[in-house]
Design a protein around this ligand. Structure first.
Ligand code: SF4
Ligand code: SF4
Length: 445
């Protein structure tokens, strides 16, 4: 085990208020099963899964209810036993309604597991097959099917797997809790990912605001000479893939390129736990681990909930919202999505639900740009957010593309810093959508 003394980091970034103290000492609690789950058939990047069940059918927790459709797709399981009552378009935490299978719970609590496997005797193909069968997706937000990340193109030589233990978004503490409560399973999951990729070196990058997690994870790797725990500086967006690779390995991912291009695969801490559980215990991805926090919720907690549980049930389980609650966000405050319909369900990659008050949001009126350059100084990719947003506003998409709008990771650091309160990242997101739209139009012309 090698533990770097000095915390490593990257260019730019910001230090928002952390608010981690609200939940960092709250051990995971398992929330009782809800009366009904809403299971979207698209909880991953790629093609939605194809439903295998019909209205009126009885299903047992753990059963596959939708099968993968194409290469970039994963199966969807039911997280509770019960009866399919509807398959329809339902509200979704992403903001846009999505097709979902609605299941009303019965009294049965037993879960249908897959056979348990021995990690020591599995081949890389067998590990990938199990990860796919379990329906595992990346827990870092993008929900990319994990088995694909473990199947890099043949011409890409991978030599490192890094686990992302930064959890740089304010409020969220679920990865911290995973590291404190399930360190050995995390390392088991990391070793399975390394074996699937034929890689000998692994690392866990952890921000220096989690000293206890650094200690616990260091103990978990003390007999693993090829895995190191790397302390990185607490700074947003330290957990973004390119920033983490720079901090841990001092490798630069060029604009427009992927971690694979510099020999690295990154997995989230929760994904490593899911891989270990799928292989060793035979568990499909039936639960989401999340932080429920913010000054507007009565009892902040870290919870394990069934995938498909409505947000409203979770808010109620946490004692309900306070009178001064102003906004509910799914994810972290920097990259999360504001919610308007609390019937929307938790998905596999949901990492948090925040109930924020006006005091936390610090909503101020937008004023004209002050040309202060602060947004440029903090952008971790050295972009010029002020110009990108301006070009997006004016629909000057060619100019925006020349300045690299497509490589923006939408971390929100620029918008957070802007003293004029210009919604830079929203404009940039819109500009990126226009870039894609124009590309698709050209293809179909
Ligand atoms: S949102 Fe994009 S432009 Fe703004 S700081 Fe992040 S990477 Fe830079
Ligand atoms: S931080 Fe805001 S005010 Fe300053 S240059 Fe950027 S867009 Fe303008």
């Amino acid at each position: 085990m090698k533990l770097f003394k000095k915390a490593k980091t990257f260019h730019g970034g910001v230090h928002p208020n952390e608010y981690k103290e609200l939940t960092e000492n709250s051990a995971f609690e398992i929330m009782p099963n809800p009366a009904q789950i809403i299971v979207p058939i698209s909880q991953h990047i790629g093609k939605p899964a194809k439903p295998l069940v019909k209205k009126g059918e009885e299903v047992k927790a753990g059963a596959v209810i939708a099968e993968p459709d194409g290469f970039v797709s994963v199966p969807i399981h039911t997280s509770i036993s019960g009866k399919v009552v509807k398959i329809s378009k339902e509200s979704n935490v992403s903001g846009a309604p999505k097709h979902a299978i609605i299941i009303k719970a019965n009294e049965e609590n037993e879960v249908e597991l897959m056979p348990s496997l021995n990690p020591d005797t599995l081949t890389p193909e067998e590990i990938r097959a199990r990860v796919k069968e379990a329906g595992i997706v990346g827990q870092g937000g993008a929900a990319f099917p994990t088995y694909i990340k473990l199947t890099p193109p043949e011409d890409k030589k991978i030599d490192y797997v890094i686990l992302n233990g930064c959890e740089c978004e304010p409020y969220l503490t679920r990865d911290d809790r995973f590291m404190l409560e399930r360190s050995n399973d995390i390392i088991a999951g990391l070793k399975l990912a390394m074996k699937a990729l034929g890689v000998e070196k692994g690392a866990v990058g952890i921000e220096d605001n989690k000293p206890e997690a650094i200690d616990v994870m260091s103990v978990a790797v003390q007999d693993e000479p090829d895995i190191e725990v790397v302390k990185v500086k607490t700074k947003y967006p330290q957990g973004a893939e390119k920033m983490l690779i720079k901090a841990v390995l001092n490798r630069e991912v060029p604009p427009g390129k992927l971690p694979l291009d510099v020999g690295v695969v990154i997995q989230n801490i929760g994904t490593a736990v899911a891989i270990a559980d799928a292989v060793i215990k035979g568990e499909p991805e039936l639960t989401a681990a999340l932080t429920v926090s913010g000054l507007g919720i009565n009892n902040p907690k870290n919870l394990i909930v069934r995938v498909g549980t409505p947000l409203a049930d979770i808010l109620e389980y946490c004692g309900g919202v306070k009178d001064n609650a102003h906004k509910v966000v799914v994810g972290g405050p920097m990259m999360g999505v504001a919610q308007f319909d609390f019937a929307a369900p938790v998905m596999k990659a949901t990492s948090g639900i925040l109930v924020l008050t006006e005091e936390e949001i610090k909503a101020h009126e937008e004023t004209p740009c002050l040309n202060c350059g602060m947004c440029v100084g903090v952008c971790p990719l050295k972009l010029t957010p002020t110009k990108l947003a301006r070009y997006a506003q004016l629909d000057k998409i060619d100019e925006a593309e020349k300045l690299g709008i497509s490589v923006c990771i939408e971390c929100g650091t620029c918008a957070y810093t802007c003293p004029a309160n210009i919604p830079l990242v929203q404009w940039i997101r819109l500009g990126k959508e226009r870039v894609n739209q124009l590309k698709n139009d050209k293809k179909s012309a």
